[in-house]
Design a protein around this ligand. Sequence first.
Ligand SMILES: [Zn+2]
Ligand SMILES: [Zn+2]
Length: 166
Amino acid sequence: MGDETDQNEIFDHVGEHPESMNMKLPITGGCVCGAIRYEIKAEPTLMLKCHCRDCQHVTGSGYAPAFLVPADALRVTQGELRYNFTPSIRRGKHKRGFCPECGSRITGGEFAEGDSPFVGLLASSLDDPTAFNPQMDIFVSDAQPWDQMDPAIPKFEQYPPLPGSE
Ligand SMILES: [Zn+2]
Ligand SMILES: [Zn+2]
């Protein structure tokens, strides 16, 4: 998720690829040690790969594969997330949740103030990660040369632009 993620802008792209939004409910997942488990009772509204430098650091990989769901649709059914914050270019700080026991990254894309309409989850934390079907690459300006991207999906230097604007 972009550090910085303006969720309203990203949400404007919802519905462009409705065929990708057919995950079985409830969606379940958790961390590698099992201390954190979650359930989601709504379909993802957007799936993307964020290549920003912060996502590289926190995932230990080239990008974060993430999907957004309405914040009130996520329920942590076991354990308690620990949070880490990085500065956001939008406002305040970007909030990311980890398992305090094993360090697995679970959530992201939230504003630190706690007023985010959506929360992002890492596709790798899904019980069935094959359900992830990314619709766009964001923050490709930070992408690594060894990070090969799917040419078939839209690319954004940072956030997706607002519809009708450059
Ligand atoms: Zn990111
Ligand atoms: Zn864990």
